[in-house]
Structures are given as C-alpha cells and as structure tokens.
Design a protein around this ligand. Structure first.
Ligand code: ZN
Length: 185
C-alpha cells in the first residue's frame, strides 16, 4: 500500500468518514501506512481522508517535549505515542478556549490561528480493539480536534477568522488549482 497526501481541492477532503466495523489486517496496514506518510512529511496528525480513504481512522504522533507546560512538564503524560484512534468521538469539551497557529499536511506552507476548546475527552477504539476514553490538553487536544474535523469533512480554514480567510484567498485558490492540475497529469 503506497498512499499519498491529498491536498486542498481534492473532493475526498469534504467527505465524511465511514465507521470501522472490525479491525482487520487491512485497517492495521492503513494505520501503519498513514503513520509512515505523516512522519515523512513531519506532521503530528493525519486523518484517513488525507490519504484518500474513508475509514474513520486518525493517527497522531507528538514528539516528546513538544507538548509541555511552562515548567516543561508534559501536558498529557498518559498518552502513549503514536496514537491510532478508530471511530473517535469527542464526548466532552471545555468551555475554556485557546487560540493557536495551525497547519495541515493538506495545506502545505499555510498557517492560521484557530480557536478551539482547550481540553477535550475523546472516546475511541484502539488498534488493539479496546474502547478507550482519553482526556487531552495542549497540542494533543488541538490535534485530536483538528483530525476529528477531517473525519467530518471539516477543514481548519472553515474555523479561521473571516479576515484571515480573505487574506489567504489567493493562496487557497492557487493550491486548489495545483491539486486539480495534478489530477489531470
Ligand atoms: Zn489537517
């Protein structure tokens, strides 16, 4: 299986994912390949749509030290990386929000500030088939929300300010055109 990152303009990025009924060897291969592609591009999260697949699968791998508070204590000490989240769902979101610059492997070179709940709880099935609940903060909370959005066909540019979207309009149009051109080759 050789998968490639789908960029903005590819219609698959607007699709909704389909729940995974059973963790088959094919799902394990998909998760493994998604991690490989994500690492190759130095990303910290990837959803199946971003490689042109419809299964509700997300992978996340945040490097140690990248998700700490001011005293350098890890914000999510119990999260064991890399994470494979199957059929993930957010069951709780904090009222408190945080704003931070976000990027996305489907939008190379593009960054924008996005406001999201600071803490969330995600319910998911692990690659071992066990249902789990995970409370997340910091970068992990942000990555979980960004990737779960992908599974619903929502992109981070849908959550940025109107002013920022206007400012990025030209670059978004160019990216869309490049994606369409690459399809024609
Ligand atoms: Zn993304």
């Amino acid at each position: 299986m050789e998968l490639k990152i789908k960029t903005y303009g590819d219609p698959v990025l607007r699709e909704r994912a389909r729940p995974v009924d059973e963790i088959t060897p094919e799902i394990c291969d998909l998760a493994e390949e998604m991690l490989r592609v994500m690492h190759q591009q130095n990303g910290v999260g990837l959803a199946a749509e971003q490689v042109g697949r419809r299964e509700a699968v997300v992978v996340i791998d945040i490097p140690p030290g990248a998700d700490c508070d001011k005293e350098k204590n890890p914000l999510n000490p119990d999260a064991v990386m890399p994470l494979v989240l199957i059929n993930p769902e957010i069951t709780e979101s904090s009222k408190k929000k945080e704003s931070c610059e976000e990027g996305c492997l489907s939008f190379p070179g593009l960054w924008a500030e996005v406001s999201r709940p600071a803490e969330v709880t995600v319910h998911y099935t692990g690659i071992d088939g066990r249902p789990q609940d995970m409370r997340c903060r910091g970068l992990l909370a942000r990555a979980v929300q960004h990737e779960l959005d992908h599974l619903n066909g929502t992109l981070f540019i849908d959550r940025i300010s109107y002013a920022r979207k206007i400012a990025l309009k030209g670059r978004l149009k160019k990216l869309q055109e490049e994606t369409l051109e690459s399809h024609l080759l």
